[in-house]
Design a binder for this molecule. Sequence first.
Ligand SMILES: [Zn+2]
Length: 380
Amino acid sequence: MINQKRAVDTFLKLIQIDSESGNEKKMQEYVAAELKKLGCRVVVDNAGKHFNTNAKGNVMGFFPGTVKSAPFVLVAHLDTVQPGRGIRAVVKKDCIVSDGKTILGADDKAGVAIILEVLRSLKENKVPHPPVEVLFTLCEERGMHGSKNLDYKQLKGREGMILDNEGGDELLIQGPAVNDVVVDVIGISAHAGACPEKGISALEVAAYAISHMKLGRIDKETVANFGAVQGGQVPNAVMEKLTLIGEARSLKIEKLAKQTEHMRKAFELAIKKYTKKIDGKVCKPVVNFNATKRYHSVQISKSHPVVKALVAAAKRLKFPLYPRSSGGGCDANVLSGKGFTLPNLSVGVYGCHTVHEKLVLKEFYAALALTWAAVTSYKK
Ligand SMILES: [Zn+2]
């Protein structure tokens, strides 16, 4: 029923349309036209206004069902990383690679191709199926800007799949929530030779805070790190200002909040420690602690019907498939924060974000078959 060769042809066509993040207009127009041809009602939102792209917005396709059910949602992203212009595919017996000068773009056009092939097969065959809602997002690679600015009210379905995972045998059902942590520490500058006692070193304040802080691996589900420091200019001045750039991640939102608060409190301790009298006046360092949510966590139970359907189909079709947790983030995290349940399936791509990117056909076909099985078995 599924046409593997046609899915590959679609993939090869898609990667010929350049769509580096910010330059997705042609790709957006192409997939919107394809969805229309397949019989979808198509909506392109205005997300593109909110970040740097030449595209109008995320593309949503609404494919009517033949059975009464909530819609099944299928998600992939339209953009690629660089270098992604003028991609030339080299098709081998068991895989597809680029000519080595660019990425291949299988991240995530393999996902886009799978979704288009599933709709084509649904259209051609008399197989009972729920309504399908397709979401193709912009600018995922630059920080999920498309999904963050999506016109959510368009979508009625809340369950489905995302097709944007590396490898060939994984179903991501858990992923961490992440906070960006940026801390400015402002002390008091003074001549380090003549009167260091008149200064407060931002560096010492930061060091005190860090040494009273748990970082690295906090527990099985939580990690924290400062990965960049900026500050200071000359050896003979007490350092006035310092910026620490870090993050905290956890699979549990409560644990993330707790760790972030712990990091903030360590700076409070340091402020107290370094508050002192200078020329009879009480002086204290200033700390601007900024924690902002980068993305939400993904928490899907192994017993969720969509996960169970995928695992059962994999077993039946004799494909290996393992529900796992990931350390990174993608559209699934953002959509999860909006109430969507979208396990993220491997589509057979390896070496993402490099010129060695490769699409393994056997695993691409497996993802196609599993997506077909999940869509056609869904009823809610
Ligand atoms: Zn991707």
